[in-house]
Structure formats: structure tokens, C-alpha cells
Design a binder for this molecule. Structure first.
Ligand SMILES: *Cc1c(COP(=O)(O)O)cnc(C)c1O
Length: 365
């Protein structure tokens, strides 16, 4: 068996153990005589998978009974649309942070719904285009009073910038955590809703995992289509229609793996993995980190060669591929290099990258 060191930003590397267990159970899940993919979403075997996945995730995030966890198709991008549809009232207001590509996309969806409903959108910060890429500083936020909700993104995956401290706001705080959920110590109870496209740190693509306070879900607009209302997912435990059962199963297995690894241990490893790469970047003028050091992401490390030498970067990518390292190319919108090193990314892969970087610099510096 030959596994690549997969630095993809998403869909991304999954724990090998989870894949192997799924393979073992693929055709006959624990003696049920069928695959998880083939069983009824109303049967008791699937129900146990569904409930356990939710329970393990809630335990890992420290969420109590006032929270619901929903599986919603359409990825994180669907959440960008559902949030204003549910919570932005006619003539009301919402706050959006503009920190990079993803939060900007969320803002745009908010503006669309605002235009339909005669509502306003306040932009609470704008550092989406800054280079070095970064997050807003604590004194930079311009939250408006009285907004229906406040939206931000904890980790801008393309920029490689992560918010280390979350602001206090005067209303529901909603956070896109697609690329850094369960990757570091975080008080999830500070939020009223947080969500993540599953394909980065949680499981396979095909759905978003949405944690929402039941109280907030109950306040959503009840005139919009049923499938777009959060209350539908909360009231029906994400079983109003057929959910993405296979994705939920792998998500649940991945959460069990996180629990088995131990959160503290995993978070420590994540910091160590990132530091190893940043240390090489900082060790020489040959490399330039893309993000401001105080906002560097531990999940998506972004950098350039000689401040943006595209020819050398291409050479770097070509050679890395030959060594079994995949997807080190920066996002198509920004170029450069990016190593996405989510929870399941192994330390050996980071060591391989670091040693290749040192070698590459020696030959090309
Ligand atoms: C990947 C990503 C998204 C988009 O996720 P989809 O599931 O593809 O819609 C949104 N926000 C962030 C921060 C991301 O990293």
C-alpha cells in the first residue's frame, strides 16, 4: 500500500484507521448483511450510527442539551445562504467580518438576502485583501449595535490566517469553522452557532456539520422552504429527508478517532506540526510566509519562494510530487504554496516536507 502525503485543503486526508475500518465493514457492516450505504436511514442500525456521531461530536465540543447538531447538505457554502435566510429579518441588520475569501463569500450571500428584504449589512472589519494575509486585530472590529447576528470565520483556509481570540458581540455569534474545527483548544459555548464543511477536519465531503443553539434555531424565519429552515433539522434530528448517511457514518468514526487520540494530544501535535514548517520558513530569506506571524494558521500553512518566484515554485511542486507529496499548490486564486495539515495529517508527512524544503533550498537558494 502506498499512501501519498496529502496536503490538500479539502477534501483532505482522513485517519488511515478510519478508512481501514470502513473498508473492513464496507460490504457487511458489523453482521448486518449490508453496507451502511445500503441501509434504511429509519432502521435501528443506522439510527445508532447517527446518534453516536452526534453524541461524540457534542462531547468533544463540550456542548450541552441547549445545542443541536445538524447534518445539512450543500457544504459550508449552503450555510452562507441559509444563515441570512433564517435570521436576517425584513428591515433588520446583520454584521459580517470580511477576513478573506470565505468570509467574503458569506458576506455576499448576506447582502443578497438583505437586498431582497430591505435589510442592511454592516461590515465589521475588512482585511480580506491585505498582504501579508491576516485577521482583524482586537481593536479593529467595528460591530454595529442591534444586529440580528454577527458572522465571522475562524480560519481563512486560502490565506492561511487564523483568528486566535474571538470578539465579544452584542448578539448571536455565528462562526464558519470549516478548516479549523476541533483542531485547537476553543470554548465552543461562546458561540450561538458554528459550522464546518465536513471535508476538512471532520470527514468526507457532502455535508456541513452545523452546531446551533436550539433557542436560535427556533427564531428562524418559518416562511422559507422547509428544507432551508434550521428548525426542520433540529426538530427532525436531521432526518426530515434522507441524510447523507455514509458521510455521517465516516464523520462519526472520525470523531471516535479524535476521542481516542485525545484532544489535548491532538492539539499539541497540530501545533508541533505547524511549527516545524514555520521554523523552516522563518529560518531563511529564501522562503516568505504569506500570513502575518501572529495570525498564522496551524491548519493551512501558506508561503512563497523568494517572495513569489513562480518558476521556482513550479519546480518545487514538480519535485514534491515525485517524492509522494500531493497538493502543495496554493489556492488557484492566490498562487504560491500551501500545506494543509489537518488533524489526520501524519507527523511523518511534515518531516518529509521539512527535509525536502531544506534540500530544495540548498540546491536552489
Ligand atoms: C472550504 C471552506 C468553505 C467552503 O466549503 P464547501 O463545503 O465547499 O462549501 C467555506 N469556508 C471555509 C473557511 C472553508 O475552508
Amino acid at each position: 500500500m502506498s499512501r501519498a502525503y496529502n496536503f490538500s485543503a479539502g477534501p483532505a486526508v482522513l485517519p488511515l484507521e478510519v478508512l481501514q475500518d470502513a473498508q473492513k465493514d464496507l460490504v457487511d457492516y458489523k453482521g448486518c448483511g449490508m453496507s451502511v450505504m445500503e441501509m434504511s436511514h429509519r432502521g435501528k442500525d443506522y439510527d445508532a450510527i447517527h446518534q453516536e456521531a452526534i453524541a461524540t461530536f457534542k462531547e468533544l465540543c463540550g456542548l450541552g442539551d441547549d445545542w443541536a447538531v445538524c447534518f445539512i447538505q450543500g457544504g459550508a457554502s449552503m450555510q452562507f445562504a441559509m444563515i441570512p435566510m433564517n435570521f436576517l429579518p425584513k428591515g433588520g441588520a446583520a454584521d459580517y467580518a470580511k477576513q478573506g475569501t470565505w468570509s467574503n463569500k458569506a458576506l455576499k450571500e448576506g447582502q443578497k438576502v438583505a437586498a431582497l428584504r430591505g435589510a442592511t449589512v454592516n461590515v465589521s472589519c475588512d482585511c480580506a485583501k491585505d498582504i501579508p494575509t491576516r485577521m482583524p486585530k482586537a481593536d479593529e472590529w467595528q460591530w454595529a449595535d442591534g444586529s440580528a447576528y454577527y458572522h465571522l470565520c475562524s480560519n481563512e483556509t486560502i490565506a492561511g490566517a487564523e483568528l486566535k481570540e474571538f470578539p465579544k458581540v452584542a448578539g448571536p455569534l455565528i462562526c464558519d469553522m470549516s478548516s479549523d474545527i476541533l483542531s485547537c483548544e476553543r470554548d465552543y459555548n461562546k458561540f450561538d452557532m458554528f459550522y464546518a464543511g465536513a471535508q476538512k477536519n471532520l470527514g468526507p465531503s457532502g455535508m456541513a456539520v452545523v452546531a446551533i443553539k436550539k433557542e436560535l434555531a427556533a427564531k428562524g424565519d418559518d416562511k422559507i422552504p422547509t428544507m432551508l429552515q434550521y428548525r426542520t433539522y433540529v426538530d427532525e434530528n436531521s432526518l426530515f429527508n434522507t441524510p447523507p448517511t455514509w458521510g455521517i457514518y465516516i464523520f462519526g468514526e472520525t470523531m471516535k478517532w479524535v476521542k481516542k487520540m485525545g484532544k489535548e494530544n491532538l492539539f499539541k501535535l497540530n501545533a508541533e506540526k505547524a511549527k516545524k514548517i514555520y521554523d523552516v520558513i522563518d529560518g531563511s530569506e529564501f522562503w516568505t510566509g504569506t500570513a502575518l506571524p501572529e495570525f498564522r494558521s496551524n491548519m493551512n500553512v501558506t508561503w512563497r519562494i523568494k517572495g513569489g518566484d513562480e518558476e521556482l515554485e513550479k519546480k518545487f511542486l514538480d519535485e514534491s510530487k515525485k517524492l509522494g507529496m500531493s497538493s502543495l499548490k496554493g489556492h488557484r486564486s492566490v498562487g504560491g504554496l500551501r500545506a494543509s495539515i489537518y488533524n489526520a495529517f501524519p507527523m511523518e508527512g511534515v518531516d518529509a516536507l521539512v527535509s525536502f524544503m531544506k534540500d530544495f533550498e540548498k540546491k536552489n537558494g
